[in-house]
Design a binder for this molecule. Structure first.
Ligand SMILES: [Zn+2]
Ligand SMILES: [Zn+2]
Ligand SMILES: [Zn+2]
Length: 351
């Protein structure tokens, strides 16, 4: 859905006019389509992430960063992310340096790689997360979550989750990790058991500079997921081999998730661009009658849109009528949002 009119509609490169003559944003979250709307999307989610840490008495909670990774579908080349790290020997026999970035995530033996298994895992990762979240809540009833799904180079989803638990029942990081790592789900499509891989990690973070750094890290992951597919996320360092790998994965996704006569480039379904996944890239647990949800202040993207619309309208009206209670609340929310934007911008310059 498109955004409500914004204070700066000119920022949007594809704004369109509604029947009532108002300009609305295109609402894209893909930076290459519209940098302004994509930035708004990132900023909105970063504000929601922060409002689950800083908008309450933080000493009452413990915070964790949980990382969940898919299992292996075949061995891939190991290429270090940055120069200077300790180099490990790759399964292909050589020791790669940063110059081999185009090999990162490429199978050692494409003929034996489990493409169908990987597409099925991407497809069922949403159900697996749902089971994992329920399991964590069965043990720690106060658990709330903020989740970013990122693409790994091999074309599989990878989850970063901020977890918050009330201090009186908060486990140590190891117990949280174990409860998450051992969660399983049955695929709703074919009944096979879906599970996480070995690389599952949980860390406690403090709600001070530590939290700012953790959210900055997540905000970076948000930038990355906004490129939307692993192929685009490779930023031009995609080699021929990586391209062949992801094309093969896309083909498997088309066969399994779309129809045999789907034409690449013409088919409107995004499911094969996303290697089988239909999950949202970012999500947060929502407020209910009995729960606060992730955001203590009940911040959602819908509310953020309303706040922007209210602010834009207030700018247009020269002699505003006395604001209603709801409008006052919206205006306050807009102000909080603006302050957070500045905070987020400041965080972007942290090391
Ligand atoms: Zn736009
Ligand atoms: Zn290698
Ligand atoms: Zn298709």
């Amino acid at each position: 859905m498109a955004d409500a009119p914004d204070a700066l509609p000119r920022g949007c490169v594809r704004a369109f006019k509604t029947k009532s003559g108002q300009f609305v944003r295109c609402g894209s979250r893909v930076r290459s389509s519209c940098p302004s709307c994509a930035e708004l999307y990132r900023g909105d989610w970063a504000a929601i992430a922060r409002s689950g840490v800083f908008d309450a008495r933080v000493e009452r909670f413990r915070f964790y960063l949980l990382t969940l990774t898919a299992p292996s579908f075949g061995r891939v080349h190991r290429v270090p992310r940055s120069a200077g790290g300790r180099l490990k020997r790759c399964g292909c026999g050589s020791t790669h340096g940063a110059a081999d970035a185009g090999l990162r995530g490429v199978p050692l033996d494409p003929s034996r790689y489990d493409y169908a298994g990987q597409v099925a895992w991407n497809r069922d990762a949403g159900v697996l997360w749902d089971r994992t979240r329920r399991r964590l809540r069965d043990r720690w009833v106060t658990g709330e979550f903020f989740l970013v799904r990122e693409w790994q180079d091999r074309g599989v989803l990878h989850l970063h989750v901020l977890v918050r638990v009330a201090r009186e029942e908060a486990p140590d990081a190891r117990a949280l990790r174990e409860a998450a790592r051992t969660a399983e789900a049955a695929s709703p499509v074919d009944g096979t058991i879906v599970a996480w891989g070995e690389q599952v990690d949980a860390k406690v973070f403090r709600a001070d500079g530590d939290a700012a750094r953790t959210i900055w890290y997540l905000s970076k992951a948000l930038n990355y997921v906004m490129k939307d597919t692993a192929l685009a996320a490779m930023d031009g360092r995609g080699s021929n081999l990586a391209w062949v790998h992801l094309t093969e994965l896309g083909r498997a996704a088309r066969m399994m998730r779309c129809s045999v006569d789907c034409v690449p480039g013409e088919c409107p379904s995004r499911v094969h661009d996303r290697y089988g996944s239909r999950s949202h890239v970012v999500s947060a647990s929502r407020q209910t009658l009995t729960r606060s949800g992730w955001s203590f202040s009940g911040l959602t993207r819908g509310r953020q849109r309303l706040a922007r619309a209210a602010w834009a309208q207030a700018q247009e009206t020269k002699e505003p009528a006395p604001p209603s209670g709801e409008q006052q609340q919206d205006a306050r929310a807009a102000l909080v949002l603006l302050t957070r934007r500045i905070d987020v911008a400041r965080m972007a310059v942290l090391p």
